[in-house]
Design a protein around this ligand. Structure first.
Ligand code: DSN
Length: 421
């Protein structure tokens, strides 16, 4: 993206605050030149970026379309009405709320809509791939709720639905959460619905990671089964940073009340507009083809990393991410993350199931393909990337070698320009 991409307003920023303008440009340079393999990141479209930098940002709009607490909301009302309608259509949902500022905010609203502090919730444990808001002791969820955890089996690293059912029968949760940040396999939502029905629990799906694949019809949807589905809008979905909630009509009032006034004040209307724009993009055949390619690329990347002697947790992936056990390299996740960073490869260290290392060190890395697929990379590039990762992990302590890998990364990314000039 050249300066001209940002339009006259960016020239204004450069004149007024060259220090911040320089960082905006150098971050753009970083995104263009290095490899973005963080599974939760993507390159949103210029159209979405345009909404985020628009005057919609100036407007306070506490409340909902047609029932706001401030005047002058007639224009932003249009944006939210369009966005809600697009979300319901795209996901076949009975109700949609586009206001949560983030995924964690959306999850706070879900707890508030369906539970009271002290209630029991059953969710996937963080060390097995869950999320902070699924009951971590350092998060509001673990402090204010009695969150019982389920994990994956040691032998196949997959969710054991019989064990999940046993736990549900034992702890009688008010709500069961499925969804994770580092689980490469598909989740059996029909089975989870059956368990929820058996124990009388609300079925909550935190679909942040894979909702974009659902939007692109590349994997089955949790929406027909779940009472409520929360997610972020900036991962595979490729929208602006933010959150969203879908629910059955019977829960619409509880969800809306939990978001506002329960959890937030004014929505960020520029972000709501960006979500609406992204939802329109998701409804196109191009996006559906993209979602399928994201999975093909992730499968290829996991297989190529296995060829390099590392192990894909649960044997591979069915989604946009792979969790890689790198113990065979003799390097831990923290060091691998640092070495890849030096070589221009952005990924994250990640605990593997039953990890003997601490969460700050870990035995694994998580890699995802949403961003590289947006760039247009395909199967040949995935095998090249796997080789670069393997070399960075094994040789990246040597600065000269790290630098040489970095030059190869630059050459690769130059062939797939992000925000072309
Ligand atoms: N930080 C997100 C991720 O990387 O998975 C989850 O919140």
């Amino acid at each position: 993206m050249s300066e001209s991409f940002f339009g006259p307003d960016f020239t204004q920023l450069q004149k007024q605050d060259p220090e911040i303008a320089a960082v905006v440009l150098s971050e753009l340079d970083r995104q263009r030149k290095s490899l973005q393999l963080i599974a939760s990141e993507n390159f949103t479209s210029p159209a979405v970026l345009a909404t985020l930098g628009s005057t919609l940002s100036n407007k306070y709009a506490e409340g909902y379309p047609g029932r706001r607490y401030y005047g002058g909301c007639e224009e932003v009302d249009k944006v939210e009405v369009i966005g809600i309608s697009r979300a319901k259509e795209l996901f076949g949902a009975e109700h949609a709320n586009l206001q949560p500022h983030s995924g964690a905010s959306a999850n706070i609203a879900v707890y508030q809509a369906f539970t009271k502090p002290g209630d029991t919730v059953l969710a996937m444990s963080l060390p097995h791939g869950g999320h902070l808001t699924h009951g971590s002791k350092v998060n509001f969820s673990g402090k204010w709720f009695n969150v019982e955890s389920y994990g994956v089996r040691k032998d196949n690293e997959l969710i054991d639905y019989d064990e999940l059912r046993d736990s549900a029968l034992r702890v009688k949760p008010k709500m069961i959460c499925s969804g994770a940040t580092a689980y490469p396999s598909l989740i059996d939502f029909k089975r989870i619905r059956e368990i929820c029905d058996e124990v009388g629990a609300i079925m909550w799906v935190d679909a942040a990671h894979f909702i974009g694949l659902v939007a692109g019809k590349a994997i089955p949807s949790p929406v027909p089964y779940a009472d409520v589905v929360s997610f972020t809008t900036h991962k595979v979905l490729r929208g602006p940073r933010g959150g969203m909630i879908l629910s059955k009509a019977e829960h619409a009032a509880a969800v809306d009340k939990a978001v506002f006034p329960g959890m937030q004040g004014g929505p960020i209307m520029s972000a709501v507009a960006g979500k609406a724009v992204a939802l329109k993009e998701c409804a196109t055949p191009e996006y559906q083809s993209y979602a399928k390619k994201v999975i093909e690329n992730a499968k290829a990347l996991a297989a190529a990393l296995e060829k390099e002697g590392m192990r894909a947790v649960s044997g591979g992936t069915e989604t946009h991410l792979a969790l890689i056990d790198i113990r065979s390299t003799g390097v831990n996740g923290k060091v691998a993350d640092e070495r890849c960073g030096k070589a221009g490869i952005s990924l994250n260290k990640n605990a593997i199931p039953y990890d003997p290392e601490t969460p700050a060190v870990t035995s694994g890395i998580r890699v995802g393909t949403p961003a590289t697929t947006t760039q247009g990379m395909g199967l040949p590039e995935m095998s090249e990337i796997a080789k670069l990762i393997a070399r960075a992990i094994k040789e990246g302590d040597d600065d000269a070698k790290a630098n040489s890998i970095r030059q190869e990364v630059y050459a690769l990314t130059a062939k797939f320009p992000v925000y072309p000039r």
